[in-house]
Design a protein. Structure first.
Length: 199
């Protein structure tokens, strides 16, 4: 069991720390709004992912297996949502104002994970390695470990974004940063969509 827990931790860390749509939004939010105002999005994204993992592990996976086209439609909807978010980031007001209400929030973080193809692939891959048909204990352990590791990794991205924000002293730098992050997020969404459609 110890080796399995180590494997769960490694898997969770790699999937959480590597760049993806959620991480990019967190960096952008951290840079534009600061660390504290990014925490709600981080919390929503983490809780949303863990609930998705648990629901898939407790039976939703059977539906996905029975209707493989579901993931392709989900990828289309999710990629469209992520592209919409990338547009909002790229066109954001270049003045760093903490009073703005359009910063990413808990609900957006939660929803983004459910529409994020990377999150679904991570759940399916993780469950295929660690779930046990006879007992839910491995699933619960995996979900608990994933929650702690995922939250820590996403918080790290928020800290990084906050540090980047210190360098954004002028509106021109902020605008370039926002356009760059929006472009990267859009490219990520297109890549995930194409990968899913080819599968």
């Amino acid at each position: 069991m110890t080796s399995q827990i180590v494997a769960m931790c490694i898997f969770s860390f790699v999937m959480s720390i590597t760049p993806g749509p959620v991480n990019m939004v967190i960096v952008s939010s951290g840079a534009n709004y600061g660390f504290k105002r990014t925490v709600p999005f981080v919390s929503g994204a983490t809780i949303g992912f863990i609930l998705l993992l648990l629901l898939l592990g407790l039976g939703l996976m059977q539906f996905v297996s029975a209707y493989p086209a579901f993931l392709k439609y989900l990828s289309l909807a999710g990629s469209s949502f992520i592209i919409h978010i990338s547009y909002k980031i790229a066109t954001a007001d270049p003045t760093l104002s903490i009073e703005r209400t359009n910063r990413p929030n808990f609900g957006q973080g939660f929803l983004m994970q459910w529409l994020n193809p990377k999150a679904w692939l991570a759940c399916v891959a993780g469950l295929s390695m660690f779930a046990d048909e006879k007992t839910h204990t491995p699933l619960l352990i995996f979900a608990a470990l994933y929650f702690l590791i995922c939250y820590t990794c996403l918080v790290s991205w928020a800290v990084l974004g906050n540090k980047v924000g210190v360098l954004l002293k002028t509106e021109k730098r902020i605008r370039i940063f926002n356009i760059s992050m929006g472009g990267l997020l859009c490219a990520c969404a297109v890549y995930l969509l194409l990968t899913s459609l080819r599968a």
